[in-house]
Design a protein. Structure first.
Length: 165
């Protein structure tokens, strides 16, 4: 009987630790996203460029505005496309409205499109050459844990990471 009770207690402890690790991982991803946005805002000021972030349900990538429109930021390893850990989902709210997110991967070339620019990247968030960032709330969540993280940017571009209760 004692062995059974110890086994049950240990199984709850292992499950609890797994959830805590997943919560820590989720927080790390939210903080990384926040720091990359801060660095991107600094870069836009220094370079005098307009940038954007295209956000998918489980990934995001940085874009730069060129004379031909929005282009993926490919020549800078720091601002490369990022895929979130499996099971992590991202939700974005702009001006109080939740945005429907798709993937950021380009569509198959075999598919027919009505518009030439249907596959062109489009930013979800804007990072202006003044360093300002679109006000938003990005929610990082995972099914394995109750813990959630919110990355928020206000109208001045101040970024915070919070854990909603």
């Amino acid at each position: 009987m004692v062995v059974l009770i110890i086994g049950i207690v240990l199984s709850f402890a292992v499950l609890s630790l797994g959830g805590d690790r997943r919560g820590e991982e989720l927080g790390r991803e939210a903080r990384q996203f926040t720091e990359l946005l801060r660095l991107a805002a600094e870069q836009t000021v220094m370079r005098g460029e307009e940038w954007g972030v295209q956000i998918g349900v489980d990934d995001y990538r940085f874009l730069v505005y060129t004379d031909k429109g929005w282009a993926v930021q490919e020549d800078d390893d720091l601002f490369r496309a990022r895929t979130l850990t499996e099971g992590t989902e991202l939700q974005v709210e702009l001006e109080g409205r939740e945005i429907v997110l798709g993937g950021t991967a380009p569509a198959d070339e075999d598919k027919e499109t009505d518009a030439e620019d249907a596959d062109a990247p489009k930013p979800t968030l804007f990072i202006l050459s003044s360093g300002e960032i679109s006000p938003f709330v990005a929610r990082f969540a995972a099914k394995e844990t109750e813990q959630r993280f919110e990355v928020k940017a206000d109208a001045r571009g101040a970024l915070t990471v919070e854990t909603p209760e």
